[in-house]
Design a protein around this ligand. Structure first.
Ligand code: SF4
Length: 298
């Protein structure tokens, strides 16, 4: 069986498999650790394995490489990229900084290393609220997710400019979809990821990162939930809570980049050492500084 071959190769190469919650359930089930960006970054930073196979999109594998520079980091599918991360580039951010030298640059982890290297600190959706409060009296720029930036600005009344990027999956959520689902499932609580537009977030009972949504649903006495984030989350939610019901807010909540990785890709990645992630040394150092600051503050 493919799963047995993956386990054999993993032992032979002293490898660890990390998978994001948005991966296909077969990939999540073969992984040593399943988590969101923050949890997986922490695991990547402390692992003793020689090889990290990162099942996610390329900025995540790049982040793992920055946090574990002596390890071999592999991304099973070379084409797995986050469209949001591609919405900000280093030359444009450099120009913005020259024009606005007084703004602290807060960089969402969904970004490439050269953008992180130009930023003061990185954040994830799980720790963004906590980290920005360290700068609450300063002017900030939030890159690249406008929705998360607007949500934080609105919640704490802060001086935050936002980059015009967005997650192609969460950005399409509509208020009407929430209202329709509430009508279909009147007793259910609505849990939404902060990459959604503010007017949609205002309809939620709880707003949180993928892991925070899982923790909230697991500890809640409620039995039925409407989930406003990528549908890969349904696997851990249902696994941890067999007595509860979960409805996806809309079937469009499916990130095709996240779903590119198959078990066969994981097997081939381990077998052929593909595709190895590299980051230029000078970029690595700058990005590491912004990620270390995030770890320190989270
Ligand atoms: S779900 Fe959104 S933010 Fe996450 S990888 Fe896909 S496009 Fe990027």
């Amino acid at each position: 069986m493919l799963q047995d071959e993956i386990i054999r190769l993993k032992r032979e190469k002293n490898a660890v498999i990390l998978a994001h919650y948005y991966q296909d359930k077969d990939v999540q089930d073969i992984a040593d650790y399943v988590g969101d960006s923050l949890e997986l970054s922490k695991i990547a930073a402390r692992t003793q394995a020689d090889v990290i196979v990162f099942c996610g999109v390329n900025f995540m594998a790049e982040t793992a490489k920055i946090l574990s520079p002596t390890k071999k980091v592999l991304l099973p599918v070379k084409e797995a990229k986050c469209p949001m991360a591609m919405m900000v580039d280093a030359p444009s951010l450099k120009k913005y900084k020259e024009e606005h030298p007084d703004r602290i640059v807060i960089c969402y982890v969904n970004s490439y290393a050269d953008v992180k290297a130009l930023s003061d600190v990185c954040v994830t959706s799980a720790n963004a609220e906590k980290i920005i409060m360290n700068y609450k009296d300063q002017k900030m720029l939030y890159v690249p997710d406008k929705n998360l930036g607007i949500y934080l600005r609105d919640k704490y009344n802060l001086d935050i400019e936002v980059w015009p990027g967005f997650c192609c999956i969460h950005n399409h959520l509509k208020v009407a979809q929430v209202l329709e689902m509430r009508e279909k499932h009147p007793g259910a609580l609505v849990l939404i990821h902060p990459e959604a537009p503010l007017k949609v977030l205002k309809q939620a009972d709880f707003i949180g990162s993928t892991k925070q949504i899982i923790d909230y649903a697991t500890s809640s006495p409620a039995k039925e939930f409407i989930i406003g984030t990528e549908d890969g989350i349904l696997h851990p939610l249902r696994k941890n809570n067999p007595d509860k019901q979960f409805h996806i807010l809309t079937p469009d909540l499916r990130c095709w980049d996240m779903k590119l990785t198959t078990l066969q890709d994981v097997y081939l990645s381990l077998k052929n050492d593909t595709y190895e992630i590299t980051v230029p040394e000078d970029v690595m150092q700058g990005a590491r500084r912004a990620l270390d600051k995030m770890m320190e503050m989270s």
